[in-house]
Design a protein. Structure first.
Length: 293
């Protein structure tokens, strides 16, 4: 899925930046879970008629290292093909000055039925509006905003991950099912997040609802972590689902405590429980592997 967002009393629909996504409506962007094509993503050109789809959370970027995953789209939705690499630069949105250029992102893919994506990493310190201009794509690119860290509601790199009593196999804490992965629950519910942080080991904490996006993002990224975890016995992996039951109408206390309005999201901590990385929207297991290695 391009980005799961929630609506509700305090969970209003997140506004995905309008620059670069005018080719498709917001509702189509949010609901696009990949496409119907099968097999590996195909090579294909980028053009100025395409949209650069922002697959990050628009109101949760702060100064420092900024991760900007994007996909390509046309009027029919997310594209199942694209170049092996994309090149880009970052401009200040107000005066078009170049902030960084020479950015390169390789095509990534989560498997059958999912759209490829490209992840640009840039360093931005000033609180302002910017544009990610992808070479060969639309001239106005994709807008993003760097906000003052004190105005970021969701914990990020440099913060301590909250010690939360997440559902476990032995204590579902009112969440049924405690894990919506199918056909079997994931193995990341042996201990609570609080207990994991108390061990002094590094922690990988993922929030997502795999049952609601089997071939988009939530299920594939969780499956990728299940395979990855086997190679890191010194790291504790914890998963929390989003809703209290299968009606998907009420979020869990964990989600409320984290002030989350989006999924999926993953945090990685050091041995003291301080967050070193946060990925959201979409990521590849190799990105997590690189951090843990």
């Amino acid at each position: 899925m391009a980005l799961n967002v929630w609506t509700g009393n305090r969970r209003n629909l997140l506004k995905v930046g309008t620059v670069g996504v005018s080719a498709i409506g917001l509702s189509r962007l949010v609901s696009a879970c990949g496409g119907s094509a099968s097999g590996n993503p195909l090579d294909g050109p980028i053009s100025k008629d395409m949209a650069i789809v922002q697959r990050w959370v628009p109101d949760q970027l702060g100064p420092g290292s900024v991760r900007l995953p994007v996909s390509l789209a046309d009027n029919a939705g997310l594209l199942m093909k694209g170049p092996a690499t994309l090149n880009a630069k970052v401009l200040n949105y107000l005066d078009n000055t170049v902030v960084e250029e020479g950015l390169v992102a390789e095509r990534l893919w989560l498997g059958e039925g999912t759209a490829p994506f490209w992840v640009f990493i840039t360093e931005v310190q000033d609180i302002a509006m910017y544009s990610l201009i992808v070479e060969g794509g639309p001239a106005d690119g994709a807008a993003f905003q760097i906000r003052d860290p004190k105005n970021l509601e969701v914990v990020h790199a440099g913060d301590s991950l909250p010690e939360l009593d997440t559902p476990t196999v032995s204590d579902h804490r009112g969440v049924e099912p405690y894990c919506t992965r199918v056909p079997d629950p994931c193995p990341f519910h042996e201990v609570t997040l609080a207990d994991a942080l108390a061990t002094g080991k590094r922690v990988v904490f993922i929030v997502g609802t795999p049952a609601h996006c089997q071939t988009g993002v939530c299920a594939p990224v969780l499956d990728g972590l299940v395979a990855l975890a086997k190679d890191f016995s010194d790291v504790i992996f914890v998963h929390a689902d989003v809703y209290t039951d299968e009606t998907a109408t009420t979020t869990t206390p964990t989600i409320d405590a984290l002030n989350l309005t989006f999924e999926p999201v993953i945090w990685i901590t050091d041995n003291s429980g301080v967050i070193t990385h946060r990925f959201e929207g979409v990521w590849h297991p190799d990105e997590v592997r690189q951090v843990l290695a």
